[in-house]
Design a protein around this ligand. Sequence first.
Ligand code: 13P
Ligand code: MG
Ligand code: MG
Length: 374
Amino acid sequence: MITLSVIKADVGSIGGHTKPSDEMLDAVKKRVRDAMASGLLIDGLVTHTGDDIAMIMSHTKGTGHHDIHVGLAWEAFLDATKVAQEQGNYGAGQDLLVDAPSGNVRGAGPAVAEIEFEPLPSYRQAESFTVFAADKCAPGAYNLPLYMTFCDPMHNGGLLLSPRLHEGFTLTIIDMECKDGDRRIKLNVPEQAWDVAALLRDMDRFAVEAIHSRAFPDEQIASISATRLHNIAGRYTGKDDPVALVRNQGIFPAPEELVEPYLIGHFVTGDTRGSHTMPLMPVAINTPVSGPYCLPIVSCLGFSMDKNGKFASRYNDFFADGSWDKARLNIQQKAIEIRRQGFFGVAMASQTEIAYTGLMDTMAKLDKDFVITA
Ligand code: 13P
Ligand code: MG
Ligand code: MG
């Protein structure tokens, strides 16, 4: 079995929440190189999307393994934090929310997407996968694109054309508001597609966490990091900035079917102070956040993995292509329009989101001065 692990964290950035420094990235790359030399990792790649550093790795340890999560990723982020502190970068160690995670880094701040699978079974001739990384938004940012690809033939003709896709999928959806534990539901599509839609429309509360094939129920297609930093810290400490790992081709949707939804530039929660609504902009890998009001961004890399788990030296950077330029201009126009209404109505995030901000102190103070008359 091979495990693909994507672990991402914001541990500091240059000139505000823009991008990590080269030296911070070098610190993480060194850890990945050492882990490959020691045999802990088969392969690995370090990238950034906005101010978040992503480690994309293959190994045989399984999901949630201490050596990968804590021994490697957490230590690498600590190294980069040290560099950020020395350089005076903003938000050094921002996403490392506990002193020392025990076990694995889930619930400790970093975003995690992982899938363990048997490479190249008889029904799968090649292993191809995509890694999405988004900055300045919450896990629900992937709800609409995943719905469009896995539930809607208007956007994914493969649901009609491929017999395997036509058998449908099981979506695991998590209730991110529940603090008593992980509250999840599994729904089968297409039969329950409207139930899926009813939940996913509330992207501040519900997010897709995993997707499995129904033709091959042991095959996990997608894993999405769906933890909320405000649930861990109890206050706003930065946005969750989710990653999604999605296997593709053959018995799974094709990458072209996965990226098409990003033409829309759908409105997501996040942006400046994590408390606004702006359209999601597809960008090349290693792009800083420089857009107005922390315009949220998403990158997408496509990889092929060989039978030994090697993948990192070759990739396709989907959103770097000029064919996305027209979409980017449209999305920029949507951003300009919503910014015109400042903090009013839907331009500022929902009550669920701003419940962790200073706005609540003002509301509490004002509440005492309200007068009820008959
Ligand atoms: P990040 O979560 O990307 O650090 O952004 C936080 C923020 O508040 C930007 O205004
Ligand atoms: Mg940041
Ligand atoms: Mg970020």
